[in-house]
Design a protein around this ligand. Structure first.
Ligand code: MG
Length: 258
């Protein structure tokens, strides 16, 4: 734990790590303020159903005092990939909120001769969009997806997420995309490159073994698994993805940073 204090950048998962159902865990604001003052701090989410601005507003609404620059969504490494590979004309399966962000970042969204198909968590998906994307995939266009989550939890139950759409396109076209977001280590590594830091400088705190901890392990950062979400100590024992540190809750870190 003493080594944790020397780390320069902290990546925090959201659901199950700092809040549940949009309600912040006790004292989490204190932890975030301490980290914010002493370290670089980023929040990670795979949810590409809304733009970074709308996600930022949502986090402000639950009471997090953070900057937009502190949020990393699966959309960001996806956009980085598009830029690095010079893709400009995109067929995007994404909500209006997300479309706005792509346009602001300089991409042309089109169904006329696009260069690539990009699949996000499209809660405004229509059959027409599915049809067009299926034709483009059969034509052999490059194909990427923001994240692999099959379902998204809601109060009433699970709803189909991007991973389910990936399965649908695989069944209908035989094509599989390059996938960003957790557990793809690029989600951390692109940000570390941007900051000129190395994995040794970083800590990842999350509650899911097969996304958060797996990504942290593969990126080579120090991992902390918290037990406030979906993981128990028994699950850690049985998992192939082991965290470096286990904490009952993220706020157990407060005493080390005071
Ligand atoms: Mg989580």
């Amino acid at each position: 734990m003493e080594k944790i204090k020397e780390k320069k950048v902290f990546f925090l998962d959201l659901d199950g790590t700092i809040y549940l159902d949009g309600i912040l865990f006790d004292n989490i604001k204190e932890l975030i303020n301490l980290l914010k003052n002493k370290k670089q701090l980023f929040f990670l989410s795979n949810n590409s159903s809304i733009s970074t601005t709308d996600y930022y507003n949502k986090l402000r609404d639950v009471g997090l005092e953070i900057n937009k620059e502190n949020i990393i969504i699966s959309t960001h490494p996806t956009i980085q990939y598009l830029r690095d590979n010079n893709f400009k004309r995109i067929y995007l399966l994404g909500t209006k909120s997300l479309q706005k962000e792509f346009i602001e970042k300089g991409f042309e969204l089109t169904d006329k001769k696009p260069q690539i198909v990009v699949l996000a968590f499209d809660k405004e998906l229509t059959y027409e969009k599915l049809e067009k994307a299926a034709y483009f995939l059969q034509d052999g266009l490059p194909y990427i997806a923001t994240h692999p989550d099959k379902v998204c939890p809601t109060k009433k139950g699970y709803i189909p997420d991007t991973g389910s759409m990936i399965a649908l396109f695989y069944e209908s076209t035989g094509k599989n995309p390059i996938i960003f977001g957790k557990p793809n280590k690029e989600m951390l590594l692109y940000k570390l490159r941007e900051l000129n830091l190395t994995p040794k400088d970083a800590v990842l705190i999350g509650d899911r073994l097969y996304t958060d901890i797996r990504m942290g392990n593969e990126a080579g950062v120090t991992t902390i698994c918290v037990l406030t979400g979906e993981t128990s100590r028994e699950m850690i024992q049985q998992s192939e993805f082991k965290p470096d540190i286990i904490l009952n809750k993220a706020t157990d870190l407060i005493k080390y940073f005071k």
